[in-house]
Design a protein around this ligand. Sequence first.
Ligand code: COA
Length: 177
Amino acid sequence: MIRPATIHDVPRIQEIINSHAELGRMLFKNYAQLYEDLRDFVVYEYGDDVVGCCALGIIWADLAEVRSLAVDDNFRGRGIGRRMVEWCVDEARRLQIRRIMSLTYEQAFFAKLGFEVVPKESLPLKVWSDCVRCPKRDGCDEIAMVRELPEVPMAVMPTAPPTPRGVSIPVLEHVED
Ligand SMILES: CC(C)(COP(=O)(O)OP(=O)(O)OC[C@H]1O[C@@H](n2cnc3c(N)ncnc32)[C@H](O)[C@@H]1OP(=O)(O)O)[C@@H](O)C(=O)NCCC(=O)NCCS
Protein backbone atom coordinates (compact mmCIF):
# COMPACT_ATOMS: atom_id res chain seq x y z
CA MET A 1 0.00 0.00 0.00
CA ILE A 2 1.25 3.49 -0.87
CA ARG A 3 0.47 6.29 1.55
CA PRO A 4 1.81 9.78 2.31
CA ALA A 5 4.79 9.68 4.66
CA THR A 6 4.48 10.93 8.24
CA ILE A 7 7.13 12.11 10.64
CA HIS A 8 7.22 8.62 12.19
CA ASP A 9 8.46 7.19 8.88
CA VAL A 10 11.60 9.33 8.75
CA PRO A 11 14.01 6.93 10.50
CA ARG A 12 12.93 4.05 8.27
CA ILE A 13 13.05 6.20 5.11
CA GLN A 14 16.56 7.22 6.04
CA GLU A 15 17.55 3.62 6.72
CA ILE A 16 16.37 2.47 3.27
CA ILE A 17 17.90 5.41 1.38
CA ASN A 18 21.22 5.26 3.21
CA SER A 19 21.53 1.49 2.74
CA HIS A 20 21.60 2.20 -1.00
CA ALA A 21 23.74 5.33 -0.59
CA GLU A 22 26.43 3.21 1.08
CA LEU A 23 26.64 1.27 -2.19
CA GLY A 24 26.89 4.49 -4.24
CA ARG A 25 23.42 4.06 -5.78
CA MET A 26 22.01 7.34 -4.46
CA LEU A 27 22.78 10.29 -2.19
CA PHE A 28 22.75 10.03 1.60
CA LYS A 29 19.94 11.92 3.32
CA ASN A 30 20.10 13.34 6.83
CA TYR A 31 17.09 13.95 9.05
CA ALA A 32 17.04 17.70 8.31
CA GLN A 33 16.69 17.06 4.58
CA LEU A 34 13.99 14.44 5.08
CA TYR A 35 11.97 16.63 7.44
CA GLU A 36 12.18 19.52 4.99
CA ASP A 37 10.92 17.45 2.06
CA LEU A 38 8.59 15.13 3.95
CA ARG A 39 5.44 16.46 2.28
CA ASP A 40 6.83 15.30 -1.07
CA PHE A 41 7.21 11.71 0.16
CA VAL A 42 5.13 8.58 -0.04
CA VAL A 43 6.06 5.25 1.52
CA TYR A 44 5.18 1.72 0.52
CA GLU A 45 3.87 -0.33 3.42
CA TYR A 46 4.05 -4.09 3.50
CA GLY A 47 2.33 -5.46 6.59
CA ASP A 48 3.57 -3.33 9.47
CA ASP A 49 6.82 -2.37 7.80
CA VAL A 50 7.78 0.40 5.42
CA VAL A 51 9.73 -1.20 2.57
CA GLY A 52 10.01 1.62 0.05
CA CYS A 53 9.93 5.37 -0.33
CA CYS A 54 9.76 7.94 -3.07
CA ALA A 55 9.30 11.69 -3.43
CA LEU A 56 8.06 13.92 -6.21
CA GLY A 57 9.70 17.36 -6.18
CA ILE A 58 8.45 20.25 -8.27
CA ILE A 59 11.18 21.90 -10.33
CA TRP A 60 9.20 24.21 -12.59
CA ALA A 61 5.75 24.67 -14.13
CA ASP A 62 6.47 21.94 -16.65
CA LEU A 63 8.87 19.71 -14.73
CA ALA A 64 8.74 17.51 -11.64
CA GLU A 65 11.44 15.13 -10.40
CA VAL A 66 11.27 11.61 -9.01
CA ARG A 67 13.55 11.76 -5.96
CA SER A 68 14.76 9.40 -3.27
CA LEU A 69 13.17 6.37 -4.91
CA ALA A 70 14.35 3.35 -2.92
CA VAL A 71 13.09 -0.14 -2.17
CA ASP A 72 14.41 -2.30 0.67
CA ASP A 73 16.79 -4.84 -0.89
CA ASN A 74 14.69 -7.73 0.43
CA PHE A 75 11.65 -6.44 -1.47
CA ARG A 76 13.16 -5.51 -4.82
CA GLY A 77 11.73 -7.02 -7.98
CA ARG A 78 8.13 -7.18 -6.72
CA GLY A 79 6.74 -4.18 -8.57
CA ILE A 80 7.06 -1.80 -5.62
CA GLY A 81 9.39 0.64 -7.41
CA ARG A 82 7.07 0.64 -10.42
CA ARG A 83 4.03 1.42 -8.27
CA MET A 84 5.78 4.31 -6.55
CA VAL A 85 6.86 5.82 -9.89
CA GLU A 86 3.28 5.40 -11.12
CA TRP A 87 2.19 7.32 -8.02
CA CYS A 88 4.58 10.10 -9.10
CA VAL A 89 3.02 10.08 -12.58
CA ASP A 90 -0.49 10.33 -11.13
CA GLU A 91 0.62 13.11 -8.80
CA ALA A 92 2.25 15.06 -11.66
CA ARG A 93 -0.97 14.63 -13.64
CA ARG A 94 -2.99 15.92 -10.68
CA LEU A 95 -0.68 18.91 -10.41
CA GLN A 96 -0.91 19.40 -14.20
CA ILE A 97 2.85 19.09 -14.63
CA ARG A 98 3.61 17.73 -18.07
CA ARG A 99 7.12 16.30 -17.69
CA ILE A 100 8.68 14.09 -15.03
CA MET A 101 12.42 13.57 -14.78
CA SER A 102 14.85 11.38 -12.97
CA LEU A 103 18.60 11.43 -12.47
CA THR A 104 19.46 7.80 -12.15
CA TYR A 105 21.72 4.80 -12.64
CA GLU A 106 18.63 2.63 -13.21
CA GLN A 107 18.15 3.35 -16.89
CA ALA A 108 16.46 0.03 -17.74
CA PHE A 109 13.98 0.37 -14.88
CA PHE A 110 12.95 3.90 -15.87
CA ALA A 111 12.85 2.99 -19.58
CA LYS A 112 10.26 0.33 -18.72
CA LEU A 113 8.19 3.07 -17.16
CA GLY A 114 8.21 5.27 -20.27
CA PHE A 115 11.18 7.52 -19.48
CA GLU A 116 13.65 8.46 -22.21
CA VAL A 117 17.25 9.56 -21.90
CA VAL A 118 17.78 13.30 -22.47
CA PRO A 119 20.95 15.43 -22.53
CA LYS A 120 21.70 16.75 -19.06
CA GLU A 121 22.15 20.27 -20.50
CA SER A 122 18.48 20.26 -21.56
CA LEU A 123 17.40 20.35 -17.91
CA PRO A 124 17.15 23.62 -15.99
CA LEU A 125 19.94 24.72 -13.68
CA LYS A 126 17.71 24.32 -10.62
CA VAL A 127 17.87 20.53 -11.04
CA TRP A 128 21.50 20.51 -9.97
CA SER A 129 21.06 22.15 -6.56
CA ASP A 130 21.77 18.85 -4.77
CA CYS A 131 25.08 18.40 -6.58
CA VAL A 132 26.96 20.47 -4.01
CA ARG A 133 26.34 17.61 -1.55
CA CYS A 134 27.30 14.88 -3.99
CA PRO A 135 30.73 13.24 -3.78
CA LYS A 136 30.55 12.63 -7.53
CA ARG A 137 29.86 16.25 -8.43
CA ASP A 138 33.11 16.53 -10.41
CA GLY A 139 32.39 13.41 -12.40
CA CYS A 140 28.64 13.03 -12.54
CA ASP A 141 27.72 9.76 -14.23
CA GLU A 142 23.97 9.75 -13.54
CA ILE A 143 21.65 9.48 -16.52
CA ALA A 144 18.97 12.12 -17.06
CA MET A 145 15.63 10.66 -18.13
CA VAL A 146 12.28 12.31 -18.82
CA ARG A 147 8.73 11.09 -19.31
CA GLU A 148 6.22 13.39 -20.93
CA LEU A 149 2.52 13.24 -20.14
CA PRO A 150 0.91 14.24 -23.45
CA GLU A 151 -2.56 14.41 -21.88
CA VAL A 152 -1.44 17.29 -19.64
CA PRO A 153 -1.69 20.62 -21.51
CA MET A 154 1.45 22.70 -21.97
CA ALA A 155 1.75 25.26 -19.17
CA VAL A 156 1.62 28.79 -20.56
CA MET A 157 4.15 30.20 -18.13
CA PRO A 158 7.70 31.47 -18.29
CA THR A 159 10.06 28.59 -19.03
CA ALA A 160 12.95 27.78 -16.73
CA PRO A 161 16.18 29.23 -18.07
CA PRO A 162 18.45 26.54 -19.52
CA THR A 163 21.72 25.75 -17.80
CA PRO A 164 24.15 28.50 -18.83
CA ARG A 165 27.29 27.57 -20.70
CA GLY A 166 30.31 27.27 -18.45
CA VAL A 167 28.46 25.59 -15.59
CA SER A 168 30.33 22.36 -15.26
CA ILE A 169 28.30 20.06 -13.04
CA PRO A 170 25.50 19.01 -15.38
CA VAL A 171 27.52 18.84 -18.55
CA LEU A 172 30.38 16.63 -17.49
CA GLU A 173 31.08 13.70 -19.75
CA HIS A 174 30.77 10.17 -18.42
CA VAL A 175 34.01 9.32 -16.60
CA GLU A 176 35.37 5.78 -16.87
CA ASP A 177 37.28 4.34 -13.88
C1 COA B 1 15.42 0.93 -8.83
C2 COA B 1 14.45 0.36 -7.80
C3 COA B 1 13.69 1.50 -7.15
C4 COA B 1 13.48 -0.57 -8.53
O1 COA B 1 12.50 -1.00 -7.61
P1 COA B 1 11.88 -2.48 -7.69
O2 COA B 1 10.72 -2.54 -6.79
O3 COA B 1 12.96 -3.47 -7.48
O4 COA B 1 11.44 -2.54 -9.23
P2 COA B 1 10.10 -3.22 -9.82
O5 COA B 1 9.99 -4.59 -9.25
O6 COA B 1 8.96 -2.30 -9.64
O7 COA B 1 10.49 -3.30 -11.35
C5 COA B 1 9.67 -2.79 -12.40
C6 COA B 1 10.21 -3.32 -13.69
O8 COA B 1 11.55 -2.85 -13.88
C7 COA B 1 12.45 -3.95 -13.99
N1 COA B 1 13.69 -3.61 -13.30
C8 COA B 1 13.82 -3.26 -12.00
N2 COA B 1 15.11 -3.01 -11.73
C9 COA B 1 15.78 -3.20 -12.89
C10 COA B 1 17.13 -3.12 -13.27
N3 COA B 1 18.08 -2.75 -12.39
N4 COA B 1 17.49 -3.40 -14.55
C11 COA B 1 16.54 -3.78 -15.44
N5 COA B 1 15.22 -3.89 -15.14
C12 COA B 1 14.86 -3.59 -13.88
C13 COA B 1 11.75 -5.12 -13.33
O9 COA B 1 12.21 -6.34 -13.85
C14 COA B 1 10.31 -4.85 -13.69
O10 COA B 1 10.06 -5.28 -15.02
P3 COA B 1 8.68 -6.00 -15.42
O11 COA B 1 7.58 -5.04 -15.05
O12 COA B 1 8.80 -6.23 -16.87
O13 COA B 1 8.62 -7.22 -14.58
C15 COA B 1 15.16 -0.47 -6.71
O14 COA B 1 15.92 -1.45 -7.33
C16 COA B 1 16.08 0.34 -5.81
O15 COA B 1 15.68 0.73 -4.72
N6 COA B 1 17.33 0.55 -6.23
C17 COA B 1 18.32 1.24 -5.44
C18 COA B 1 18.06 2.70 -5.33
C19 COA B 1 17.99 3.38 -6.68
O16 COA B 1 18.81 3.18 -7.56
N7 COA B 1 16.99 4.24 -6.82
C20 COA B 1 16.76 5.00 -8.03
C21 COA B 1 17.17 6.40 -7.76
S1 COA B 1 16.62 7.41 -9.12
